[in-house]
Design a protein around this ligand. Sequence first.
Ligand SMILES: [Zn+2]
Length: 231
Amino acid sequence: MEIRDRCKLCKRIVNIGDIDYNELTCKRVNGKLEFTHINCWVEVEFAKKANKNTKKKLVENAKRRAQKYKADIDHLIVSKRLVHWLGGAYSAVSIPKWIISNIEDIGAGVYKNISSPIPLSDLFEMWQRYKHELDRIALYNQNKGKDMGMQGAKRMNYDLAILVNKYDDFVEWRESERARKLAHDEEIKNKRNDVNYDKLASTKKKSKKEDKDDFKIEDILDDIWGGEIWL
Ligand SMILES: [Zn+2]
């Protein structure tokens, strides 16, 4: 997904969504990630009087710096993707800042009643997976006359609270799914090994048979000429 930002130096639009670490670098300024083209940054740094580095060295530095922020960049990308997805899933033209702030608090582990951060990638995965369940809950509440105007941002926040509440269950479920998949893969692998074993056994048999029938010129000559080779 394209996530637009601007190079802080040349002001051209850059795509953070599919970030190319050979093209862009970034740094944190006042808590916010700022992106620049590596080339733009290198030119500026190289022109500085105090600079003692070669351009090659500066490029390396810029790349290393971007790698240092990789986790932060990933977080930013997921956060932007989640907000974009929410807009579509809840037919909202825009997502209020206080919802985004709640989401960020969850990611940082400072949201009410949570003991540790929930990675936004997990929250996003959960939200997508359980959206139809959340819709059912909303419909249920509506039918019971309990929705109290629960639409738009209010509904998003209500759903967010449900997801946070269900996070431990989700992690447990995902672990058991992983274990199940692992066991399944293992079973398939074992089956494949059995097949391979059978194949191997038949190949062995076959090769033994082949050995027996093998055309060995020495043996034949031995039979015919009593070991003397007239060739
Ligand atoms: Zn630039």
